[in-house]
Structure formats: C-alpha cells, structure tokens
Design a protein around this ligand. Sequence first.
Ligand code: NAP
Length: 359
Amino acid sequence: MKAAVLKAFGSPLAVGTVPDPVLGTGEVIVDIVATRVLGYAHEIFSGQRRYLMELPMIPGPGGIGRVRATGPDATHLAVGDWVSCDPTVRSRDDLVSPDIILQGLTAGSAAAQRLQRYFHDGSFAEQIRVPTENVTPIGAIDASEAPLWCALGTLLVPYGGFLAANLKAGETVLVNGATGSFGSAAVTVAMAMGAGCVIATGRNETALKNLARRFGSRVRTVRMVGDEEIDRRHMLEAAPAPIDCVLDLLPPAATALQVRAALMTVRPYGRVVLMGGVGMAGGAGLELDYAWLMRNCVTIIGKWMYPPDATPRMVALIRAGLVKLDDFEVTTFSLDDVNDAVAHAAGNSGPFKMTVIRP
Ligand SMILES: NC(=O)c1ccc[n+]([C@@H]2O[C@H](COP(=O)([O-])OP(=O)(O)OC[C@H]3O[C@@H](n4cnc5c(N)ncnc54)[C@H](OP(=O)(O)O)[C@@H]3O)[C@@H](O)[C@H]2O)c1
C-alpha cells in the first residue's frame, strides 16, 4: 500500500510503498478515505513537541474510511461499513489504569511505548490496522463527505472533557482558548450539550467576533489582555450566572498564568478540566492556592482524549443535527502532497478549519 513515513524528526515525510497491514484477532483493517492533519503536526514531526514516537513511523491521527476486514471477534461490523477510526488506543491488560497511546502520534508514557510498538502506524496511508473497539460506524455517507466527518477528531476532544466534567444542560461554561481549533470545537460541543451560556476567551478579536456571530447570544466572548486579575474580572463580568465548568485548551506556548486566570473563575463546587498543552514546553506550574481549592470544593480534572463510547455518542449528536459538520471549512490534499498538507495545516489552523488528506 501507499503510505507517508516519518523516518527521522525534522525530515520531510517520505511517500512510498510499504507492506499492507496484516489482520489479527481483535483488530480491524480499514481503507482510509480521509484523515486530518493537526495544525501543530509540523511541531510533532520536527521533534519540537517531544512526542514519544519510535521511528520510522506512518503518522496520522485516525480518520474516516471503510471496513476492509474484521477479526473473528467482531459481531456487528461488516466489510464496506463507513467508520471512524479513533487513535486513542488503550492497553487491554489493566482496565482500571490502562496505558494510552495515540496511534500514529505518541505514546503517553515510556510504559505505553510497548503498546505503540504493536499499534504503531497511523492513518497517513491507504490502510490502517486498529483495535476493534476503536472502530465506530458512522452510517452511510457519500465518499465526498468523508473529509467533513474528520471533524469528529476535533469535536471528540472537548466532548471528552465535558463528559468527564458531567456537564449538564443549562450550565454556564467557560472555554479558555476558544479561538483555537479545539477551543472553538469546545464551544460547538458545549452548545450541542445544552450549555445555558458559553464564555469564550481568546486574544484574537476577529476570531472572537466570528464566534459571537456564529453562535448568537448564548456565547459571550472575552478578549484576554494577559493580566491575570483583569482577565479574570472580565470573564466573571461576562458570565450571566456562576461558572459551573471551565475547560482549558491553551497550547504549550501559553503560560500557566493564562490558565489560572480562567481556572479561578469557577464557582464553589464547580469543575475545571485541563486539556491543553501548557507546560509541555516547560515554564512555571499552576501554583494553585491549596486553601482556595479546599474551601471551595473545586474539582480539577486532567483529561487526555475521551472514553471509547464518546464516538458513537458524538455521531448521534451529528446525526441529530445538534452538531453541524457543514460549519467546517476543509482543504484537501492527496497523500502524495502530504508535506504540503502539513505546511498548509500549520498556516491555516483555527476555528472550523481543517486540512485533510485523502489517501
Ligand atoms: N487533552 C487532549 O486530549 C488534547 C487533544 C488534542 C489537543 N490537545 C491540546 O490542545 C492544544 C490546542 O490545540 P489547537 O489545535 O486548538 O491549537 P490552536 O488552534 O493553536 O489554538 C490555541 C489557541 O490558544 C490561544 N492562545 C492563548 N495564548 C496563546 C499563546 N501564548 N500562544 C499561542 N496561542 C495562544 C490562541 O488564541 P488567541 O491568539 O486568540 O489567544 C489560539 O487560538 C494543543 O496544543 C494540544 O496540546 C489536547
């Protein structure tokens, strides 16, 4: 099959022919039709993000495709089904604390690298082999719609955060970093889950105005100025009710102060979910006040990705029209032009924009 291979950090991806994946029990092989390119893929492939990847590797964070073959233990999937492949692969020998890898992207820890050695390759290829539980039917679609369905990969991340926080309809939510790719998806998902009001923060005034225009009066935007006290005051002033849930999705370039400004807007007994990349590039820690956390009964949740059943639930939200894929603007590339796709994604990441490869 044809695939793009990362042979060394800092080198361009090499497109060539590699052996087809071989099916094992508990696995599915999927013909990849569309796979998205993260806006920060160039930082991963250059080595800047220090993702744990044993090279050479076919990278790529899951995608949309059709079932090519199933193992003997699949009872529902059929050859030809349209499916979403979730890159969040969990070790199967510890149900309480499984190791996690993002197949084709990173092992979460040194221990998880063993799992990565087996589920090693990602979706920048004509075929991918994934654990059966990572394959979710999306229902019949036209092949031309496959790139739009790649938005699942973006929407599922904040959905995982809100599920972890047990977000309830009518609640007031604050999304920190709402002008980013995952942050704007968080606003979409919070609205679909019935949030009463979403406070959307960011520094980019144009992006904030676009969010306000897109979502109407249930979304209130706050432009961040970089002063912890002032920013927090502005967020609290914008909220029509105490803030029940804060979701942070700031990137590694942001500081812990930017996170803390938002985190401490949460009401007593509220929940905060940390999902961003802050600290990955070093820098000071959060330095939260012990007594403030304790006296206010605040829950802080760290969340990487989402639970396995999040995908069928998100597919249902999309099928019900509560999340609209048409909101996304997609630029597609062929697998041969994978390096152009990575460069394009770097320069064009942001709210409701996707770069997609069609192998
Ligand atoms: N936990 C998980 O499962 C998970 C999964 C995927 C990704 N992530 C994390 O999510 C992060 C966000 O990804 P993304 O693709 O949404 O990034 P992005 O599109 O670049 O968005 C980040 C946003 O943060 C804001 N920001 C605030 N301070 C910033 C600073 N000092 N430098 C740069 N931006 C700043 C920017 O908006 P303004 O310029 O308007 O402020 C920007 O729109 C990633 O870095 C990744 O680590 C987590």
